[in-house]
Design a protein around this ligand. Structure first.
Ligand code: ARG
Length: 465
């Protein structure tokens, strides 16, 4: 039997392989709620415009509600022969309400239908990501506040560079995740136009009201060009791009957590709730959640690449290639949401070892820049010369196996006579961080003020757009 939704001109049924490659129902059933919402808005509009009768519209809407409950209760039987979610729902509607079901697709095509459904789905996903980001930001800012003064090594090239505070390090991620959040908000704003009414590609001859359907589905306005409305997936790509950046940030942080929680670093302890044990080595506490956050970045960036490659050669307007958009989006955005939740949990439970951080902060002559700065400030040396002399003092300390502040004053004066005992005031890691009070710098007072500002701002915000 030919396909009953479009088989008018066909005398043979599709080959099973054709059916297998063509059917999207196995994954696009995730669009059921959005498809039903879109169809209800469309049916109401058709009745408002006198294109179908209000009796038919009422039957359609009641039937769609029944289908929504059937799906919710797991009673709906999805069929591959009916290809996709749109035709599965319409076929069931026909069984439920008879002839009126056939009027639902007036002035509509699966092309504007699927573009609408996917926009609605991505919009919901963005709202969920926004709440997850909000929760992560809160966890980070709270931890930063609590440890605004815990001195730790700051690294460049993963070599000790200058001391910073643990709170300052966490607030760096607050800035990154806040930008991620604003990228999702931008994407949401641009995607929020309704494709309904674009029909297959050219619009429709029926006297539809696109403002009506747009408003019913909480879109800001109808899309202004029917060809564009059915054929671009930039809204999905833009969201995947924002997701990729966010995942990249999460992955860097996850990598740091893996390093920090190793016995060799011992900077932080993760909770039992966000670690696993080894089945052979009883001492182990593995940072699996951090590792998986780091790994899932691969599939998220992969989804962006895959969809960009699907889209880049397609002539306007719709091509079936675009059916391949869904699995990427359905995989990547929930994966990111899970990563954000796992990261928020890890951060909230994470305990920094303040003594260990402080001891490590002084390793590697991390206050050599403070020494050079002192020579500039107190002895009037040009920074380049001061840098050179500080390097010589580091070499002297290294030779004697001493920390900078343990090197006797005479040794330093041997390198430059202007050095006085006052130098010891800048060589401690606490003095070093306290002195860096430039805007955005690591001074604990700065860090506390910024952490509190974030906490206030976040408390006053409603997450989830
Ligand atoms: N399942 C299809 C998709 O996801 C729906 C649109 C089909 N349109 C068409 N002209 N065959 O893209």
């Amino acid at each position: 039997m030919s396909n009953r939704m479009w088989g008018g001109r066909f005398s043979e049924a599709p080959d099973t392989i054709m059916e297998e490659i063509n059917a999207s129902i196995d994954f696009d059933k995730a669009l059921a709620a959005q498809d039903i919402a879109g169809s209800k808005a469309h049916a109401r509009m058709l009745a408002d415009q006198g294109i179908i009768t209000s009796e038919d519209a009422s039957k359609i809407i009641a039937g769609l509600d029944t289908i929504a409950s059937e799906i919710g209760e797991g009673k709906f039987s999805f069929s591959r022969a009916l290809e996709d979610i749109h035709m599965n729902i319409e076929a069931r509607l026909k069984e439920l309400i008879g002839e009126a079901a056939g009027r639902l697709h007036t002035a509509r095509s699966r092309n504007d239908q699927v573009a609408t459904d996917l926009r609605l789905w991505v919009r919901d996903a963005i709202d969920e990501l926004d709440s997850r980001l909000h929760a992560l930001l809160l966890a980070l800012a709270a931890k930063a506040d609590a440890h605004h003064d815990a001195v730790m090594p700051g690294f460049t090239h993963l070599q000790s560079a200058q001391p910073v505070t643990f709170g300052h390090h966490l607030l760096a991620y607050v800035e990154m995740f806040a930008r991620d959040r604003s990228r999702f908000a931008d994407a949401r704003r641009r995607l929020n136009e309704s494709p309904l009414g674009a029909a297959a590609l050219a619009g429709t001859a029926f006297p539809i009201d696109q403002d009506n359907t747009a408003a019913a589905l909480d879109f800001d306005r109808p899309a202004a060009n029917s060809l564009d409305a059915v054929s671009d997936r930039d809204f999905a790509l833009e969201t995947l791009a924002a997701a990729s950046l966010c995942a990249m940030h999460l992955s860097r942080f996850a990598e740091e957590i893996v390093i920090w929680s190793s016995a060799q670093f011992g900077f932080v302890t993760l909770s039992d709730r966000f670690t696993t044990g080894s089945s052979i080595m009883p001492q182990k506490r593995n940072p699996d959640a951090a590792e998986l956050v780091r790994a899932k970045t691969g599939r998220i960036i992969g989804a962006l690449n895959a969809l960009l490659i699907v889209m880049k050669g397609l002539p306007l307007a719709y091509s079936k290639d675009m059916q391949e958009d869904k699995e990427q989006v359905f995989d990547a955005l929930p994966a990111l949401s899970l990563c954000l939740a796992a990261m928020a949990g890890m951060v909230a439970d994470m305990q920094p070892d303040r003594d260990r951080l402080k001891a490590a902060a002084g390793d590697g002559y991390a206050t050599a820049t403070d020494l050079a700065d002192w020579l500039v400030r107190e002895a009037g040396l040009p920074f380049r010369d001061a840098h050179h002399l500080a390097g010589k003092i580091v070499a002297a300390a290294e030779q004697r196996g001493l920390a900078l502040e343990a090197l006797p004053l005479e040794d330093m004066r041997g390198i430059h006579p202007a050095i006085t005992a006052d130098i010891f005031n800048v060589l401690s890691v606490e003095a070093s961080v306290a002195s860096r009070s430039s805007f955005g710098g690591t001074a604990p007072d700065n860090v506390r003020a910024q952490a509190r500002q974030w906490l206030d701002k976040l408390a006053g915000e409603k997450a989830g757009a």
